[in-house]
Write a protein that binds this ligand. Structure first.
Ligand SMILES: *Cc1c(COP(=O)(O)O)cnc(C)c1O
Length: 387
């Protein structure tokens, strides 16, 4: 084993139930793009199927993978798709996102007509991310045209927020206002047809009740990771999100070196004392950001040790001088718990100048993922002991 990701499906389920409980009666859609934030698309979808009202993916390929894997829950594709993929979206009963009145919208309608069943669509309104979406000022006409087109099945209208994670309340509430203004002329029709209005990702879902609308699209919180330290600090009550992912590897060797010795490329770390340097079999190609060179940390033997030297493509170093029992094969935890110590994805990401989202979504899909249910596993032996 070079490295391993252990994914606690029980923790995922409990997070889903917690988030769903916070946002109820709004619906809860789990965002599983980017290989379920590195946790593994199908396994996560299977674990959460019973607790969510929809899955959000980025691409049509991800939607197809869910269907091939036997997932029957509604699926919404958030990202752009090509006209030639409309057929695949239709075949896998995935809703697509529409934000234009152009050729693509006509292709979508034409496909529905030729198949005798309209394609499910959600209209996206841009209220301030300036990414994808109908310009809020002019969105009503387009939404009305989708809504009245018998060859389209309008199932939702949504927007995306720019700064809820940073608690920019003024900007966030202005976005909500722009969104509500864009749909105001149609709101009765939308409600009558059960068209879902949605705006909130995890941070807004947890902190801004007025943004929960009919549904929230929660990704990061589902995985037990806070969208930002600000979000966590601002939570008005204790929400016990459980990180579902643990990332471990093991020491390939431990080198006893004298003081004054250089470690790694660029001679960026020189030992200041006789040291034990542990070599890890993972580097930036395995998802360990190079920015963690001389800046990151890991757990060995339940103790926090520094990452030293530059992170190589496939290897890296930790200073295990303070862990006398460290030897070849000792477990190294990059994210997760070891005894009393734990490293959260956001904490390691911050040391690399990034955020938990980036760290976990870049974990290569080739790393073996092991699916566990920690609480169920630890409960089982106890329950078999006669009382
Ligand atoms: C990724 C994404 C989300 C989920 O965001 P989290 O902060 O992970 O909850 C929601 N909506 C859209 C449009 C997204 O792209």
């Amino acid at each position: 084993m070079i490295a391993e990701l252990a994914i606690d499906l029980g923790a995922l389920r409990r997070n889903a139930v917690r988030v769903a409980g916070v946002v109820a009666p709004s619906r809860y859609a789990a965002v599983v793009k980017a290989n379920a934030y590195g946790h593994g698309l199908l396994e996560v979808a299977r674990a959460l199927e019973a607790d969510v009202s929809a899955f959000c993916v980025y691409s049509v390929e991800e939607a197809a993978a869910l269907r091939t894997g036997g997932i029957a829950t509604p699926v919404l594709i958030l990202g752009p798709i090509e006209a030639r993929d409309l057929e695949l979206a239709h075949e896998c009963r995935a809703a697509i996102t529409l934000w234009s009145e152009g050729a693509f919208r006509r292709d979508a309608a034409r496909l529905g007509r030729s198949r005798g069943a309209p394609l499910a669509v959600h209209a996206k309104v841009d209220t301030g991310v300036t990414r994808l979406g109908l310009d809020a000022e002019y969105a009503s006409a387009a939404i009305a045209s989708y809504c009245c087109d018998p060859d389209l099945n309008l199932r939702g209208v949504y927007t995306h927020l720019a700064a809820a994670e940073e608690l920019e309340s003024a900007y966030t509430l202005a976005q909500l206002e722009r969104f509500e203004r864009a749909i105001a002329p149609l709101v009765n029709l939308l409600v009558a047809r059960g068209v879902l209005r949605h705006a909130a990702a995890s941070a807004a879902a947890l902190l801004f009740p007025s943004l929960r609308l009919d549904m929230v699209r929660a990704g990061i919180a589902t995985y037990g990771i806070w969208p930002s330290p600000e979000t966590r600090a601002a939570m008005p009550f204790d929400l016990a999100l459980e990180p579902a992912l643990a990332w471990t590897t093991q020491l390939v060797t431990v080198r006893a070196v004298e003081a004054g010795r250089s470690v790694g490329y660029g001679c960026s770390f020189i030992t200041e004392r006789p040291s034990a340097i542990g070599v890890l079999p993972i580097g930036y190609a395995e998802g360990l950001p190079r920015a963690l060179s001389n800046a990151g940390f890991a757990l060995v033997g339940g103790r926090r040790v520094p990452i030293v030297g530059r992170i190589c493509m496939n290897m890296s170093f930790v200073d295990v001088t303070g862990v006398p029992e460290a030897r070849t094969g000792s477990r190294v935890t990059l994210v997760g718990r070891d005894g009393a110590e734990a490293i959260d994805a956001n904490e390691l990401a911050a040391a690399a100048g990034t955020i938990g989202y980036e760290l976990i979504s870049r974990l290569p899909s080739e790393i073996p993922r092991r699916y566990v249910d920690e609480k169920a596993a630890s409960a089982a032996p106890r329950s078999s002991v006669p009382s």
